[in-house]
Design a protein around this ligand. Structure first.
Ligand code: SF4
Ligand code: SF4
Length: 257
């Protein structure tokens, strides 16, 4: 079976970037520059080779249109990244996925932000989106990601007015943190469930002084910086680590039972 070189490049990049990001994080060598670097490279991968696009791959599997990669291999790749999330949290979403990276980069624009850090609303929306996505793909052969223009965006084309939906989501991501990831991505929903049990997470350490108005909490765009949070919507964005005056928050082994 012949693989398209772009798909191979995407898979290799996905594994390598995830290993490098989490290793740097664990060794406390991750920083803002590294974050920008991986974000930009992942966006370039998205525009140049449309990879690694795991949400799209999930859709192709459901539609039965996964021609470039044999079905067992495509399934295996999707499962591998869920398993890696059980270990390393959502590093794939944070720095490897081109879709997440585009939104992450735009959120850095110095514009007024509208924080949605209620954790129930995204969860409820997600529980509606995932089954809908599966049913319309598997039963009605409709690819929602195609319909909203995900591929059109990265191919710089507009094939229908619905293509504009993804462009609108990207524009909104300058004001609202990762709207597609947090409300619309079906594969991200699976990863967020795996992240609840991740071995390594963002967590408070012994240097945390439990300050009154915690800076980590105020800078977190998803409401996940509290020590009690399960980190399912933590994208390892680095904001909390950067904001803490005592280095009281870090990426490390989760000690909660
Ligand atoms: S939530 Fe989906 S789109 Fe967002 S980074 Fe994760 S896999 Fe990519
Ligand atoms: S600020 Fe911290 S807890 Fe919140 S999403 Fe970013 S890395 Fe995760």
């Amino acid at each position: 079976m012949v693989f398209k070189s772009a798909q191979i490049a995407g898979m290799v990049y996905a594994i390598l970037s995830l290993v490098i990001v989490t290793t740097l994080y664990r060794k406390k060598k991750f920083n803002r520059k590294t974050a920008y670097g991986f974000t930009v490279v992942s966006i370039i991968m998205g525009f140049l080779v449309f990879a690694p696009m795991l949400p799209w791959q999930m859709q192709s599997l459901l539609l039965g249109t996964s021609k470039q990669i044999p079905t067992p291999v495509a399934t295996l790749v999707l499962v591998i990244f869920v398993l890696l999330t059980f270990i390393f949290s959502r590093a794939f979403c944070g720095y490897t996925c081109p879709i997440g990276s585009v939104q992450e980069l735009l959120y850095h624009l110095p514009l007024k932000k509208f924080k949605i850090n209620n954790r129930i609303v995204p969860l409820v929306i997600r529980f509606i989106v995932l089954p809908t996505f599966i049913v319309v793909a598997a039963v009605y052969s409709i690819g929602i990601l195609k319909e909203i223009g995900l591929k059109d965006f990265f191919f710089l084309t507009i094939t229908a007015w619905t293509s504009l939906i993804f462009i609108a989501l990207v524009v909104i991501s300058a004001l609202v943190y990762r709207p597609f990831c947090r409300f619309g991505c079906p594969y991200g929903m699976l990863l967020s469930l795996a992240a609840i049990k991740s071995r390594f997470k963002i967590r408070q350490n012994e240097s945390c002084i439990d300050c009154k108005n915690p800076k980590c909490v105020s800078v977190c765009p998803t409401g996940e910086a509290l020590s009690t949070s399960n980190k399912m919507e933590c994208y390892l964005c680095y904001r909390c680590i950067e904001a803490c005056p005592t280095q009281g928050i870090e990426y490390g082994r989760d000690k909660k039972p």
